[in-house]
Design a protein around this ligand. Structure first.
Ligand code: HMG
Length: 447
């Protein structure tokens, strides 16, 4: 069977950064450690006044197409995943295609375009759609462009405000991919949950603590479902485990749960048992509460073991490097985690070709998906071609007053306008250019 997967990937961050320890913490009268250690975040990325989900998505896709030497005729499908859409009918993919058509001679008139919604997991669902389209043989040799783009803003003073972020990930899905091959096996954990939602509103209504519990519950279900399809997993099977990363502290909890689950009844559990005992089994406890207490105690001890910490340092920590600097990108977040892990592997000369990743996606509402990916031999060139470090270095570090203004500019309920003062002069990129006669957003390419 021909391999299908991600052939190339590009990341575009919002061009502004809010330093959480230096700028946000004092303004909130909070200890900086809550953000840097508790949540595991250093900074949030924000869009400048002329950036939005369309410009970030189009700029990421443009760089990817240029790097791959593609024109619109090579693309048979554009799927955009977002939960920040500003139009309930016309999909963001049409706006992005319109942008790209400004810089290419041909057009995307024969490409199937759409928009996927399911909170943060829709980026992975769009990847799945593209994979299925190619596997079904309906692509006529063409490739799919999958773009996950969000401005993850919360209402001012919402506890989620510290986890904001903005950016886009563009992925090219193709046969014989250059980065990773996707597994046919998938596992899902899905339930009707009310923890994070936006009923016709821009900023989410969030029950933050509950959202964390739901994340863990659905992730466990997805892992069980994945194992029922792909067989038992073992930590040694996977070189990196990129998770959806609303903030690294969430992944710290999810990784401990996942590890505990996969090592149960394995050589790892037996070897750790000498130090911290066996994992609690439900039948050994009179009540559910006693069992949960024992599980918590065991998990705390597990995360202190050398074996767990070595696994975490190799398989999880590298995937969090970019998230720490940019915050939550919703649909793009797990795809940023994959890139971060591979980027660190490249920098540390880790042999990754033929190695496997276990990719753990999640969206509130709620659904988790686990699938595996196999890194292919071209991965080094793909990752070396990224310019995310330069983008991060070039970001403008905003003051708290600038943050307040930028949050207002991107708030659909406030009077924002295309003339709001920019913080970085745009160059060689798509920018928001005001509104058209039917209230549509307009864009132009700045040369
Ligand atoms: P909070 O209540 O303000 O924070 O909001 P907290 O008091 O729970 O503190 C956070 C952590 O910092 C805790 O760590 C504290 O102990 C620690 P934990 O106990 O959990 O391990 N801490 C400190 N550590 C060191 N030094 C200190 C210090 N002070 C405190 N001085 C919350 C936290 C996550 C609830 C909030 O940010 C929030 O509501 N975020 C939005 C919701 C969210 O991100 N949920 C995550 C799971 S759901 C998901 O991932 C889906 C999502 O991406 C949306 C989608 O799918 O579309 C969000």
């Amino acid at each position: 069977m021909t391999a299908v997967g991600i052939d190339g990937i590009e990341i575009r961050t919002g061009k502004l950064q809010l330093d959480l320890a230096e700028t946000f913490a004092p303004a909130q009268d909070e200890d900086p450690g809550k953000y840097t250690e508790g949540l595991g975040l250093h900074a949030s990325s924000f869009p400048d006044v002329y950036e939005d989900i369309v410009t970030m998505g189009a700029n990421a896709a443009h760089r990817l197409m240029e790097r791959k030497g593609l024109t619109p005729a090579d693309i048979g499908r554009i799927d955009v995943a977002t939960e920040s859409a500003f139009d309930n009918s016309k999909p963001v993919s049409t706006y992005i295609a319109g942008c790209l058509e400004q810089v290419y001679d041909d057009n995307f008139h024969h490409a199937n375009k759409g928009e996927r919604k399911f909170a943060c997991i829709s980026g992975t669902q769009s990847l799945d759609d593209a994979y299925n389209w190619i596997r079904a043989g309906r692509n006529r040799g063409r490739k799919a462009l999958v773009i996950a783009t969000d401005t993850a803003l919360y209402a001012r003073d919402d506890p989620g405000e510290a986890t904001q972020g903005a950016g886009a990930v563009a992925m090219l899905v193709d046969e014989d991919p250059g980065l990773v091959e996707l597994s046919t096996e998938q596992g899902f954990g899905s339930a009707d949950e009310t923890d994070f939602l936006k009923p016709n509103q821009q900023f989410p209504s969030v029950d933050g603590k509950r959202s964390m519990k739901v994340y863990l519950a659905r992730m466990r279900e997805a892992l069980e479902d994945f194992e029922s399809a792909a067989g038992d997993t073992h930590p040694n099977d996977y070189e990196l485990v990129p998770f959806h990363t609303p903030f690294p502290g969430m992944v710290r909890k999810a990784a401990a749960l996942g590890y505990r689950h996969v090592v149960r009844d394995t050589d790892v559990e037996i070897s750790i048992a000498e130090e911290i005992g066996r994992q609690p089994r439900r039948e050994e406890y009179k009540s559910q509460e006693q069992y949960f207490d024992a599980v918590k105690e065991y998990t705390d001890a597990l995360t202190e073991t050398e074996r767990y910490q070595a696994w975490y340092a190799d398989a999880i920590e590298p995937t969090l490097e970019i998230a720490r600097e940019v915050g939550n990108w919703y649909t793009g977040s797990v795809h940023v985690a994959r890139v971060a892990g591979l980027k660190q592997a490249l920098e540390h000369d880790r042999a990754m070709a033929e190695k496997k990743l276990l990719v753990a996606s999640y969206g509130s509402g709620a659904q988790a998906e686990i699938h595996a990916e196999t890194v292919v031999s071209g991965w080094k060139e793909e990752i070396a071609a990224l310019n995310i470090d330069e983008q991060l270095d070039r970001r403008h570090d905003i003051s708290f007053e600038e943050y307040e203004r930028i949050h207002d500019v991107h708030n659909h309920d406030t009077e924002n306008d295309a003339d709001a003062e920019e913080l970085i002069t745009p160059t060689q990129e798509f920018v928001f250019d005001g509104w058209g006669r039917m209230g549509e957003r307009k864009y132009r390419y700045v040369r």
